[in-house]
Design a protein around this ligand. Structure first.
Ligand code: ZN
Length: 296
C-alpha cells in the first residue's frame, strides 16, 4: 500500500489534523519579512525542520511543505527561478523526513502570482508548465499528495490541478479562498462555492483556506456549503485565526488557541474531514484543534 493509499484510507477512518502557518513561524526563527522563505529549504534546513517538528508534536497528521509560491514564475521575483526544482525538492524532502510514519506530507502549490489571460498577461500554457514543474519536484522530494491552495481564480485552480495530475500526483487537495460579497461568500473572482468546486472536479479533496476577513462563524457557514457541494469528496478547511485587526500598522490575529479548537469542532460536526490553520495560526492553535477533533 502506498502512502497515498494510506492517506485515503485514514481519511475514511477519522478526521485528520492539518498544520498551521509556515511563514510566520519562519519569521519567528529569523526570516526577514519580504525574504523568500523557500530559500531556507536549502540554506537553513534545520529551521524548516523545526517548524515541521513543532506541528507534528502539536498533533498534525499532515505536514505542508515550505513551498508556497514556489513556481518558477513566482520565484522569478526573487531571482530564484533557476533554483525552483532544488528548492521544491528540498522542501518536500524536509517535511517527509520529519513526518516519517507519523504524518503525511502535502506538497504546497500556491497561486503563480499573476493573472491568467484574458484578465492578465500570463498565457495558460505558461502557468501550466510552471505548475507542472513545481508538482514534479515536490513529488520527487517525497510529497504524499499535492495541495493546490489559496486559489481565487477557478481557471487557475483547474489548471494547477491538471498540472499536478500530469506530473503524476495520485492525490490532489484543492482549496479556494473566499471573501464576503453582497451575494454571499465568493472568491475574489466572484465565484460561489458551487462554481469553484466544479473547477476542482478532478481533485480528490476540496475545501477552503485563508480568507480575507472571514470570521470563524463565517467559516462554519462556509464549511456547510462546501460539504453540500463536494459531491461526497472529503472536505478540508484551513481558516485564519479569525478575522484580523490592525494594531500599530500591523495585521494581528487575535483568536486564541482554545477558541480555534472550539471552532474546529463545529467544522467537523458539519462534516469536514480535515481541519488545519492558515494565517495567524501556530503550533498552539493546532494542539487545541487536535485535542478538540481527534479521538483519544
Ligand atoms: Zn492565510
Amino acid at each position: 500500500m502506498t502512502r497515498t493509499d494510506q492517506l485515503r484510507a485514514r481519511l475514511q477512518q477519522r478526521v485528520l489534523v492539518g498544520d498551521g502557518a509556515t511563514g510566520t513561524q519562519l519569521q519567528a526563527l529569523g526570516l526577514a519579512p519580504g525574504e523568500c522563505g523557500l530559500r531556507w529549504n536549502v540554506e537553513a534546513p534545520d529551521r524548516v525542520r523545526q517548524v515541521h517538528q513543532r506541528y507534528l508534536d502539536a498533533g498534525a497528521d499532515l505536514l505542508t511543505t515550505n513551498t508556497f509560491s514556489g513556481t518558477t514564475l513566482a520565484l522569478a521575483a526573487y531571482g530564484l527561478d533557476g533554483q525552483a526544482d532544488a528548492l521544491n525538492r528540498a522542501g518536500a524532502a524536509l517535511a517527509r523526513e520529519v513526518a516519517g510514519a507519523r504524518a503525511f506530507v502535502l506538497g504546497d502549490i500556491g497561486p503563480f502570482g499573476g493573472l491568467l489571460e484574458p484578465l492578465g498577461e500570463t498565457p495558460p500554457e505558461v502557468a501550466a508548465a510552471a505548475f507542472r514543474r513545481q508538482a514534479a519536484a515536490l513529488l520527487a522530494g517525497g510529497a504524499d499528495a499535492l495541495l493546490v491552495e489559496t486559489m481565487s481564480d477557478p481557471a487557475e485552480a483547474q489548471l494547477a490541478i491538471a498540472a499536478a495530475r500530469d506530473a503524476g500526483a495520485a492525490c490532489v487537495v484543492a482549496t479556494f479562498t473566499f471573501q464576503h460579497s453582497p451575494s454571499g461568500l465568493r472568491t475574489m473572482m466572484g465565484s460561489d462555492v458551487a462554481t469553484a468546486l466544479r473547477a476542482a472536479a478532478d481533485a480528490d479533496v476540496v475545501g477552503a483556506n485563508c480568507g480575507t476577513e472571514l470570521s470563524l462563524d463565517d467559516y462554519a457557514q462556509l464549511a456547510a456549503e462546501l460539504v453540500a457541494h463536494a459531491g461526497g469528496r472529503p472536505v478540508i478547511v484551513q481558516p485564519n485565526a479569525g478575522s484580523p485587526v490592525v494594531e500599530a500598522g500591523r495585521v494581528v490575529y487575535r483568536t486564541d488557541p482554545a477558541e480555534f479548537g472550539r471552532a474546529a469542532a463545529r467544522f467537523t460536526a458539519a462534516g469536514v474531514r480535515i481541519v488545519g490553520g492558515c494565517c495567524g495560526t501556530g503550533p498552539a492553535h493546532i494542539a487545541a484543534l487536535a485535542a478538540a477533533v481527534k479521538p483519544r
